[in-house]
Structure formats: C-alpha cells, structure tokens
Design a protein around this ligand. Structure first.
Ligand code: BJ8
Length: 427
C-alpha cells in the first residue's frame, strides 16, 4: 500500500473505493482540463493542487493538526474565512462536485436534493472524503432548505456550527448577521483555544483581500477581447481558492495573473478571434464539476465570466482594512459578507441588476443560467434574470441539470442552438 493510501486507511477511509473515485476523477481531468490547447504555463501549479486535493493538501493538514492546528470544514462562501485563519485554524470547503458519490447519499436521503448536497453527503457516507475524519468542526448556514435540514441530521454526529443568515437585507437582518459573526468568532475561539487578536485579524483580512483582488484581476483579464485563459481553467483556479493554503495560492495566482497580462499583450489565447462570449450565472461549480463549462467551450464559445460562488460572489467586495478594534473589524467583516447576493435572499434585486451589469462588462454575447437540479431559489430567480436580460437585449438560456453525463448530449444541442441563434449578430 502506498504511503498516502496508508494515511487514508489510518483515517478510516475505504481505500479501495477511494481509488475508484480518484480513477474516475483522473479520467475527467485528463479529458476536460489537460486536453485543452494553449494552456498558460502557470496552470501547472493548479494542476498539481487539483491532484493534491486528495493527496498533498490532506497530508499538509494532518501535519498541521499534529502541531495543534484545527481544521474547519465549510459549505458556503458566507463563512468568514478571516476569522478562522486569525485563530490559527484551516478553512477547507467540503462541497462535493462529483457524481460518483451521489448514489451513496440517495440511499440515506431523499433523491430530490440538489447534486451539490448529495455529492457532499455521499463522500462522507461512503467514507471517501479525506477531510471528513480530520475536520475539528464543520460550519453550515441557513441558506437553502436542503442544506438547513441536512445540518440537523449531520450535527447529531459531527461538531457543527450553523450560521444563521437573515432572509432579508434589512437593518434587522444586518443586526442578526453581525450577532452571528460575533458568535462565530467565539465558537472558533472555543474550538481552537486561541484568542483572536486585532493585529492577527487585520493581517488575515489583508490576506483574504489580497486573494480577492488577485481573483478580480484574473476575472478582468478574462474579459479581454481575446481571453488569455479558458473558462475551464479560470474555474479550476476559483475552485482551488476554496481549498488551497491561501498564502501559497496567492503567490501562485500572482504568477498566473502576470503571465495572463503578457498573453493579452501578445494576443495569445486558447480561442480563435471572434469566438462567442458567454457569461455563466447561477449555482456554483465546485471542484470536480466542469460540466457546463466543458459543454459551452466544446460547442465553440468561451466562458468569459462566472457569476457564482465559484466566481464573482467569492471575490467581489473587500473587507474594510481600516478598522482597529476587534468589534469594528467584525462589523467590517459582517458588512462585506452580507453584500454577497445569493438567491436565498428575498428580494434579491441587486443580483438581477448585477447579472445584467456583468454581462455588459464582459461583453457577453449570451448568458447561460446554470441551475443545479432541485435548487429552487436559483431556478425561480432565473425567471426575473431572464426577463431583465431580455429587456437589455442579451440572449440567455436556462439550464437545469445534475452532475451526471446523462443529459450532456441534450444540453449540448441547446447550447449550440443558442450560439447558432447569434449568427448574423456581430460579436
Ligand atoms: S452563497 S449559492 S455557496 S448557499 S446549489 S446547496 S443554494 S440547493 S450552494 Fe450556495 Fe452559499 Fe448560496 Fe453560494 Fe442550496 Fe442551491 Fe444546492 Fe447551493
């Protein structure tokens, strides 16, 4: 048995099944990511990081835990990572992006839950998530109904904290959220035994802001007339932002951004001039899930922006770095996170306006609304977004799908039809 598999066995994982999971992932990674032409050289690091998501990164966290660090699992971009980092703990997103684990969840939970939740649950239930046994706490949130009720079930057996997100962005909602952020800080302090000091918190706020700025730079470069990077590669970077060690990630991303700037200057792009530009808006595509981007980019278009939690929702808006005392810092953190425009809020007019604005900014020829099956909030919000796009003269398409490949042919036909409908419209 390899050294790594021995580690997984020691963690109580089903090593044989885990090998099968990795084999299925390796095949899609080869076919979808590595097969792309003209990839930036700096993507080599991100390929290694993707490979290490079930390898080197796990080892790194196991070693850190031996030195006393705690790992905190997250499922949503509303969880303030700077608070976790300021207590010396390690945040890792636990969301599953693979169809492989879905059947294991369907044995224990209703089938009509979104694939992201089922994939995540399945990884844990089948003992193939290496982060499950090494997390010291997991943090859920009151976003969609599926997540909320799943937390009730898993919190029976896991050290769990639920952040209560308000439903409305009113003053009262803001007060509740600030209270939740304070309580979260206390819970993290209790878990780690560390007291969060303003100096360290300020440092972590700066680190997270650095990450956000770099991701924003990457996003802006994608908007160039000839994007220097494919949508699939940009998505991969975003997916890894939720898992990788932040300092190292920022350094590697800085190198990628520098290379992309050069590519824009030199006119180097994986896409031919005049390639149709698509904005993908909606549900997140977490590591292992490149389905919709692959379909769009192998149908002759380029994904030039992602309006999702594996896109703009993760990096837009910075935390104010001017606050001095911990209370003020927490206020600044709460303020930034509450600006995230997830469809779980009502009303959510800012998101409707934002999608139209983004489509204009990235000069999208069309918008594809990506909705994970059974995600009611994004699915219903899609009606208002489609209307707003129509009024702005931007063609769009709603795609509701799961992680399986069963509907891939049908989806491709719909995307191709969308792109064909643009013929005669100048790019
Ligand atoms: S802030 S999008 S990460 S909740 S896709 S599980 S909403 S049923 S992932 Fe999300 Fe936070 Fe919102 Fe972002 Fe539920 Fe919808 Fe599934 Fe979702």
């Amino acid at each position: 048995m390899s050294e790594h598999n021995q580690l997984l066995a020691d963690l109580g994982l089903d090593v044989q099944l885990h090998d099968k999971l990795l084999a299925s992932q390796a095949k899609s990674y080869r076919d979808i990511i590595l097969s792309q032409p003209d990839r930036p050289g700096a993507m080599a690091y991100f390929d290694r990081a993707a490979h290490g998501a079930h390898g080197g990164r796990v080892r790194e966290i196991v070693d850190a835990r031996e030195q006393g660090a705690k790992m905190i699992g997250t499922f949503c971009v509303y969880v303030p990572e700077e608070i976790i980092l300021a207590a010396g703990a390690i945040p890792v997103a636990l969301c599953g992006g693979t169809t492989f684990s879905v059947p294991y969840a369907e044995k224990a939970f209703p089938r009509d839950i979104c694939p992201l939740v089922k994939s995540t649950l399945g990884l844990a239930l089948a003992d193939i998530c290496p982060y499950g046994p090494i997390k010291d706490m997991a943090v859920g949130e009151t976003t969609c109904d599926a997540k909320k009720k799943v937390w009730d079930v898993i919190s029976q057996s896991v050290n769990f904290h639920v952040l209560e997100l308000p439903q409305k962005k009113t003053e009262r909602g803001g007060d509740l959220w600030l209270h939740e952020v304070h309580e979260f800080k206390e819970r993290v302090e209790e878990l780690t035994g560390a007291r969060i000091e303003p100096g360290v918190l300020a440092q972590k706020v700066r680190l997270m802001n650095r990450k956000r700025r770099l991701l924003r730079d990457l996003n802006e470069l994608r908007m160039a007339p000839r994007p220097p990077i494919s949508g699939k590669d940009a998505l991969l970077v975003m997916q890894l932002a939720l898992i990788d060690e932040p300092e190292r990630f920022c350094n590697e991303l800085e190198a990628l951004v520098a290379e992309l700037r050069q590519r824009v200057e030199d006119g180097v792009s994986p896409f031919a001039p005049g390639t149709r530009r698509v904005l993908v808006a909606g549900c997140p595509s977490v590591l292992g899930n490149w389905k919709i981007h692959h379909i769009i980019e192998t149908s002759g278009a380029a994904v030039v922006c992602d309006e999702s939690c594996t896109g703009t929702r993760y990096f837009e808006n910075l935390v104010d770095e001017g606050a001095q005392a911990v209370d003020e810092q927490l206020e600044a953190i709460a303020e930034r996170y509450l600006r995230i425009d997830c469809s779980c809020f009502t009303p959510n007019t800012e998101r409707i306006e934002h999608v139209v604005e983004l489509a204009g900014e990235c000069r999208a020829d069309a918008v594809v609304q990506y909705i994970l099956q059974y995600c009611h909030t994004y699915n219903i919000e899609a009606i208002r977004i489609a209307r707003a796009l129509r009024s702005a003269g931007i063609p769009s398409l709603e795609i509701e799908t799961d992680y399986s490949e069963e509907d891939a042919g049908q989806l491709r036909t719909r995307v191709e039809a969308l792109l064909e409908s643009l013929q005669g419209v100048s790019p």
